[in-house]
Design a protein around this ligand. Structure first.
Ligand code: G3P
Length: 217
């Protein structure tokens, strides 16, 4: 399973990249706004900076919701760098636009996916990635990872090539369960990735080894 970072924060991207386990980055308009990136030129420049920092796919989201707008915006985003994947919302014009992008060699990531039916549409439109939103499903009282399991099953049965990118990750257990379910990619906040490191027995064991090492010095 690939590890993507779900952020537009350059310091966090640098930190994850330096760990050596970063395979890509996903962003969205909320994450860009959180970093104070304002204006189309600044947004485009921010994507370019991320592409230059990370050797992997970088999802850049369109904010248009009509077919022509999505196409024009997506073409501009895709022109920034070869690793840009155009992130398109799961709406009717979005599906139509994803098929257009597929036919014209531009890779897409379908965002705001909350059901197996939506995931089937992504695959039919030739999306490179489908992004089921795990945490937001959990927030509404369901189990988001069950959706990942269902999509894995359907894609296997149908031979769909779209990669399952588990998004809206909130904790390390989400990452573990998505890996178990067979997600191809997990996009997480840095905190959830670093949470995978933690175990009290590791800390206790290391403290003991270091203490005993003093006896051998
Ligand atoms: O980038 C899409 C997704 O990961 C958003 O996550 O935490 O806002 O539900 P969240």
């Amino acid at each position: 399973m690939k590890f993507f970072l779900d952020t537009a924060n350059l310091a966090q991207i640098k930190e994850a990249n330096e760990l050596g386990i970063l395979d890509g980055v996903t962003t969205n308009p909320s994450l860009m706004a959180k970093e104070g990136v304002k204006g189309q030129a600044a947004v485009m420049n921010h994507y370019k900076t991320i592409c230059e920092m990370v050797n992997g796919d970088i999802s850049a989201e369109v904010i248009s919701t009509d077919f022509n707008g999505i196409i024009e915006e997506g073409k501009k985003l895709a022109a920034i760098h070869k690793n840009i994947v155009v992130k398109v919302p799961m709406i009717k014009d979005g599906v139509k636009a994803m098929k257009w992008f597929t036919d014209h060699g531009i890779r897409t990531n379908c965002t705001l996916v909350f059901s197996a039916g939506q995931a089937i549409l992504c695959a039919k439109a030739g999306a490179a990635y489908v992004s089921p939103f795990i945490g937001r499903i959990d927030d509404s009282g369901w189990d988001g990872v069950l959706l990942v399991e269902q999509i894995v099953k359907i894609y296997k049965a149908q031979g769909f090539k779209t990669q399952i990118l588990a998004a809206s990750i909130r904790n390390p257990n989400h990452i573990i369960r998505c890996a178990e379910a067979g997600a191809h990619v997990c996009t997480s906040p840095l905190e959830s990735i670093l949470g995978l490191l933690k175990h009290p027995l590791t800390d206790i064991g290391l403290a003991k080894f270091l203490e005993d090492a003093k006896k051998t010095a």
